[in-house]
Design a binder for this molecule. Structure first.
Ligand code: PBG
Length: 325
């Protein structure tokens, strides 16, 4: 037995493998999600996400500057209000002095256009019931009432200096509503990174702790069913028609087929969000010595890129950016 054709030839040395690598991973493609909490005077560890913290304003500024110096492509901010500041409609979300809007203003002052500053445009961090929208008398999330709240929240974030808004609540018509409001108020240059295909996922578990969410029940009346693929394409098509500047698939690793499908149909950049549970799984297995942490991180990010995402939101963005450069 002596094969003539030997694919292994292209794997013989590290230099050869580097030469023929089809997929690249660069710091600029990585976006760091960050949590900033109100009413704390030291960064607070998130126990289910070892290595990730809820920041104070000061620690946020330092970590953001460090991530930008490492070359990340952008920062995605989440606000964590004090429990007593949460209410049924998420008033803290559009208050100019709400924790997220204050943080955006500070980072915008610090960093200017040196990075792309993004904000989570969703109510769940700010509502006392933990849903992404306003709940009606029958306990259902009211789509159109929620859109009014998203509009107000978007304008507050645009005023605070966000370059890109990330509507993540999966309400129908959210991109069109936000786009129209931004344009009417003079924010034509503020972009929308649409969470276009966002699935109801068990892997969001650690995020609920990260933002102190009080959600009981689930988000299955607005987030997508893991069983569905065609539905994701429809959601993406609608968001593109409504004016999304980028579209996102979330979570990433269990939905690489969707990332691939979306990359093939989208004519705007495609992002994928490697979410909290994905971070925690790799971290936990590595802590037990069951997998090689650094290799697993790089492999997971390379796979998401290979599936077709040009932008990846990952809690390892700063660390990996440093390692790559
Ligand atoms: C909603 C939002 C969530 C995440 C990002 N934006 C939570 C959810 O939809 O349940 C999850 C991110 C992660 O798990 O890392 N504001």
């Amino acid at each position: 037995m002596s094969p003539v054709i030997r694919p292994r030839r292209l794997r013989t040395t590290p230099a050869m493998r580097r030469l023929v690598a089809e997929t690249t991973l660069a710091p600029r493609q990585l976006v760091l999600p960050m949590f900033v909490a109100d009413g704390i005077d030291a960064p607070r560890p998130i126990s289910s996400m070892p290595g990730v913290v809820q920041h104070t304003m000061d620690s946020l500024r330092a970590a953001a500057a460090q991530a930008v110096a490492a070359g990340v492509g952008g920062l995605m901010l989440f606000g964590v209000p004090r429990a007593e500041d949460k209410d049924a409609t998420g008033s803290g979300a559009d208050a100019d002095d709400g924790v997220l809007n204050r943080a955006l203003r500070i980072l915008s002052d610090d960093l200017g256009d040196a990075t792309v500053l993004m904000a989570d445009t969703c109510l769940d961090e700010f509502t006392d019931h933990g849903h992404c929208g306003v709940v009606d008398g029958r306990g259902r999330v009211d789509n159109d009432v929620t859109l009014e709240r998203y509009i107000s929240m978007s304008l507050a974030q645009a005023r605070a200096g966000a370059h890109l808004l990330g509507p993540s609540g999966m309400m129908d018509g959210q991109v069109a509503a936000i786009r129209a409001a931004l344009d009417a108020e003079g924010f034509a240059d503020t972009g929308i990174l649409a969470y276009a295909a966002k699935y109801a996922s068990a892997f969001y578990g650690p995020f609920r702790e990260a933002v102190g969410s009080s959600l009981e029940g689930d988000r299955r009346t607005y987030q997508q069913d893991a069983a569905n693929r065609i539905e994701a394409l429809r959601e993406v098509r609608l968001d593109l028609e409504e004016g999304a500047d980028m579209v996102m698939v979330k979570p990433a690793m269990s939905y690489l087929d969707i990332v691939r499908d979306v990359a093939e149909m989208s004519d705007v950049p495609v992002a994928a969000y490697q979410i909290s549970g994905e971070y925690s799984m790799i971290t936990a297995a590595a802590e037990r010595g069951w997998i090689d942490r650094d290799a697993a991180i790089l492999e997971s990010l390379t796979s998401i890129r290979r599936a077709g995402a040009s932008i990846i939101l990952t809690y390892w963005a700063a660390e990996v950016a440093e390692r790559l450069s």
